[in-house]
Design a protein around this ligand. Structure first.
Ligand SMILES: Cc1cc2nc3c(=O)[nH]c(=O)nc-3n(C[C@H](O)[C@H](O)[C@H](O)COP(=O)(O)OP(=O)(O)OC[C@H]3O[C@@H](n4cnc5c(N)ncnc54)[C@H](O)[C@@H]3O)c2cc1C
Length: 406
């Protein structure tokens, strides 16, 4: 049997594994699909923004993947991969074992880079974070403390960050929850972002986005600073490179992302930051049996950044789409086809819902990056049911093994 190894089991890895297994057909007896991941849970990451406010518990947004993998005859190895040797086609695991592969899919997501600023690390106990469950739970405790003893709050993203959308959502939910807990008048709320204007989102904005976000900021009484670059994080104040000082009792900052450790330990496959360098078919530039999907893929910023650096957001929809493209392309190669499906990251449609604290905004465009022929932001000022429906749908579809659905 030849192995098709998938590293990672969330949006991109899970989708790729399920689609490859589904499409193997007459080659089923020849190939073994093996998923390697340190966690046996699927985690619906976008709902982590609600964990600090008690609206979701981590158990509500994750489920065990093992029964699905068993049912679909996909082997699951619960281990972190340590490195990949693309010359010998081998993955080395943390426990010392190794797995040989015929085809490899890298879908290992990202690692947060806390090293860019002193004081940013979770263990420094200054700045909160919501990117992984453990830290979102710690943020829950910090928020409860804030409610008991209110004071200024800074929310935002550091220079070099790329996931500003989630930080905006957290900001608006923070405002909403502080109001519900009747302490909003005791909290001065600041938003700081490396974006040159509100609503750039790392995709050079959407029509009407800047004015919509400005309107939200004014309506919610939030002070904002764009093009913000942090110089220092002190115990109770954040100092910007402009010299401006922002006091805080609580702060949440989205750090920059880098490739996962396993990929940084596999330098033949990645750039300096640990992202896999691929063609538009998500096939590695040199090693043609290696593919990547989701956050693990290198995506360059497609426009000029004049001042504070920031990156491109890699959201759930393109992660799912690239997982499907990779699956199709591996199946093509197995079936002896030479031509692969290509879709540049920036040409994948934008399909996103941004929670704005009991309100929401739909972001829809035919391409993530400009030029676009169609792009629209539609606010829903009455509720955030779209965001909730998307969460329910996504968890339902993956829990039932319907990874082929959009
Ligand atoms: C707080 C937050 C809110 C977000 N909100 C939204 C949103 O509203 N809408 C949206 O579209 N996107 C949102 N995103 C982005 C979305 O979550 C990502 O696009 C998506 O999770 C990417 O999927 P992925 O499979 O590439 O990576 P991940 O979901 O990060 O999965 C990585 C996988 O790799 C595994 N792994 C890690 N290390 C190893 C290793 N060494 N060996 C093997 N496996 C490994 C992990 O266990 C995991 O299974 C948000 C992100 C965050 C952080």
């Amino acid at each position: 049997m030849k192995n098709i190894v998938i590293l990672g089991s969330n949006f991109a890895g899970y989708t790729a594994a399920m689609q490859i297994q589904k499409g193997l057909g007459k080659h089923n007896a020849e190939y073994n699909v093996i998923v390697v991941s340190p966690s046996h849970d699927f985690l619906y990451v976008p709902s982590l923004i609600w964990v600090p406010f008690g609206r979701r518990k981590v158990e509500d947004i994750r489920f065990d993947l093992r029964p699905i993998f068993r049912k679909k005859h996909i082997d699951f190895v619960q281990q972190a991969a340590k490195s990949v040797d693309p010359d010998s086609n081998e993955v080395l695991l943390e426990n010392g074992d190794s797995i040989a592969y015929e085809y490899l899919v890298v879908a290992t997501g990202v690692k947060m880079n806390f090293d860019i600023l002193d004081g940013l690390k979770p263990e420094d106990n200054k700045i909160s974070n919501i990117v992984i469950p453990k830290l979102a739970l710690k943020t829950y405790d910090a928020f409860e403390k804030l409610v008991k003893d209110p004071g200024p709050v800074v929310v935002g993203a550091t220079q070099g960050a790329s996931c500003m959308g989630a930080a905006y959502e957290y900001l608006f939910n923070m405002d909403k929850e502080l109001r519900r807990r009747k302490v909003r008048d005791k909290v001065k709320l600041y938003w700081i972002t490396p974006e040159p204007y509100l609503g750039n989102f790392g995709i050079d904005g959407m029509p009407g986005g800047e004015s919509m976000l400005k309107a939200f900021m004014k309506m919610y009484n939030i002070e904002w600073i764009t093009d913000a670059s942090i110089d220092k994080i002190e115990d109770h104040k954040i100092i910007l490179k402009t010299g401006e000082e922002l006091p805080y009792k609580m702060a949440m900052l989205m750090p920059p992302f880098e490739g996962a450790d396993v990929m940084k330990a596999s330098p033949k496959l990645v750039d300096q930051k640990g992202f896999v360098e691929t063609t538009a078919a998500y096939q590695h530039l040199t090693y043609k049996n290696v593919f990547a999907a989701g956050l693990a893929v290198k995506v360059a910023v497609p426009f000029e950044i004049k001042n504070t650096p920031f990156g491109v957001p890699k959201t759930g929809y393109p992660s799912d789409v690239t997982g499907k493209i990779v699956a199709k392309n591996i199946l093509r190669l197995i079936n002896g086809k030479k031509k692969l499906i290509e879709k540049e990251w920036g040409k994948i449609p934008a399909v996103c819902v941004m929670d704005a604290g009991h309100k929401e905004v739909y972001l829809l465009a035919n391409h993530l990056f400009k030029p676009r022929q169609f792009a629209i932001m539609i606010p829903n000022i009455f509720n955030d049911l779209g965001k909730v429906a998307l969460e329910k749908y996504f968890i339902w579809k993956n829990k039932h093994g319907y990874a082929h659905l959009p």
